[in-house]
Design a protein around this ligand. Structure first.
Ligand code: GLU
Length: 415
């Protein structure tokens, strides 16, 4: 699917924002590259008795505002360049929501869909054995990402605590609740997305109770379906797709029933009362809000002119290509960019880290209120920047983020 090098795209994005900010050469050079990169091999015992050697990465893009922060993915297509791009995007994400963290990303090149639970555990533990000296509550705090989850974090945290002989739940975020996870963190990405949609609807006079569609029905997509109606006081979910198909009903799909259908059958297809549609057409429906919550490059030059949503809220990382982004801007579609739209996840991780440090855990409602305040403030600072310069919300978000990180680098005397 990915027809371009995402690290080159990320560097290009940064260069154009640096120009708007008149960033000096040294700061630009520093931010174009990760501050530290780790590459290691992981010998992992497989169930058949053989040892597989996987390749692992951890990229720490920037520490100026705080410890590196970002997910670890287990995915066969990862390369050092995808990791570098995502690590940089994490630096911008934490800066957009103004939490005191830097950015990082890591991964193992493997296919978890073909691995047993024991093999996944062995891989998670091997990853920490290779990297433990370079992560920690004040240095770098990983989280789940593509094909990893709270269980992966539990194994990683346990391996880290065993090696260091310390109780350190804050070394990983989005852990299971019984191991120092936070009430609210699991839902934070989807909740954050709906909060910024709420703000966009208010700002642009879009009726939040109109139609909405979701591309991608993994854990974030499923939560989105429900939160949209709960937080916005209504809305008609007319279409949902997943990796196997898509369903449509112009009179509305019940989110809760669709989630149970998906959990029961493994797919959205066949949901009673809905008709099957081409998954690609989901992006072209006339809706108030479209949530791309699946793959990269879903909205591209091939379909951007057919997008009929008023608001596009990017829950996935990188679902809109740079050219398509310009086309949507010219058509007047309000795109809430990924580094803002899905930043509820890392904003929630920050709240979990605070709780782990103080060993004091809040009620879910307190967590949700703090997340709401963070996301609302972030949305309006990005909107302000994009209006001031008449640029896309994506450029606006980058302007806010890069300025904050550049200031921290300068104040430290790095540049
Ligand atoms: N993996 C998520 C992201 O891409 C969460 C990262 C985190 O919480 O550190 O934003």
């Amino acid at each position: 699917m990915q027809s371009y090098n995402s690290f080159e795209v990320a560097q290009k994005q940064l260069r154009s924002v640096a120009e708007l900010l008149n960033l000096d050469r040294a700061t630009l050079e520093l931010l174009l590259w990760p501050q530290r990169e780790f590459k290691f091999t992981l010998p992992v015992k497989m169930d058949n008795g053989a040892t597989n050697v996987f390749h692992g990465y951890r990229i720490q893009h920037n520490f100026a505002r705080g410890p590196a922060k970002g997910g670890i993915r287990f995915h066969p297509d990862e390369t050092i360049d995808t990791m570098r791009a995502h690590a940089g995007w994490m630096t911008w994400k934490t800066a957009v929501v103004d939490v005191p963290l830097g950015g990082g990303k890591g991964g193992v090149v493997c296919d978890p869909r073909k691995m047993s639970v024991r093999e996944l555990e062995n891989t998670a533990r091997a990853y920490v054995r290779a990297l433990w000296q370079h992560i920690g509550v004040d240095r770098d705090v990983p989280a789940p990402d593509v094909y990893t989850n709270p269980q992966t974090m539990a194994w990683m945290m346990d391996e880290y605590e065993t090696i260091t002989n310390q109780h350190q739940p804050g070394v990983m975020s989005n852990k299971p609740l019984s191991l120092g996870g936070s009430q609210g963190r699991r839902d934070a990405t989807a909740r954050g997305g709906v909060i910024v949609v709420r703000e966009a609807c208010k700002t642009f006079g879009v009726d939040p109770t109109g139609a909405y569609a979701i591309q991608g029905f993994g854990s974030t997509g499923q939560r989105l379906a429900m939160f949209h109606q709960n937080l916005l006081g209504g809305g008609t979910l007319i279409a949902v797709s997943d990796s196997t198909g898509a369903v449509f009903n112009k009179n509305g799909i019940n989110p809760r029933e669709l989630v149970s259908h998906k959990l029961r059958t493994g797919a959205v297809e066949g949901f009673p009362g809905s008709e099957p549609i081409d998954p690609k057409s989901i992006l072209e429906l006339e809706v108030a809000v479209l949530y791309p919550a699946a793959l990269e490059n879903a909205i591209n030059v091939g379909n951007a002119d057919r997008v009929r949503a008023r608001i596009v809220c990017e829950l996935a990382n990188g679902p809109t290509t740079p050219q398509a982004d310009r086309m949507l801007f010219e058509k007047g579609v309000h795109v809430i960019p990924d580094i803002l739209a899905n930043a509820g996840g890392v904003a929630g991780s920050y709240l979990e880290m605070v709780q782990n440090r103080s060993s004091f855990y809040w009620k879910e409602s307190e967590f949700d209120d703090m997340l709401d305040a963070t996301m609302t403030k972030a949305y309006h600072s990005v909107l302000g920047a994009s209006r001031e310069r008449s640029v896309t919300m994506r450029t606006g978000a980058m302007l806010v983020a890069v300025a904050r990180v550049a200031e921290a680098c300068k104040l430290r005397g790095w540049v």
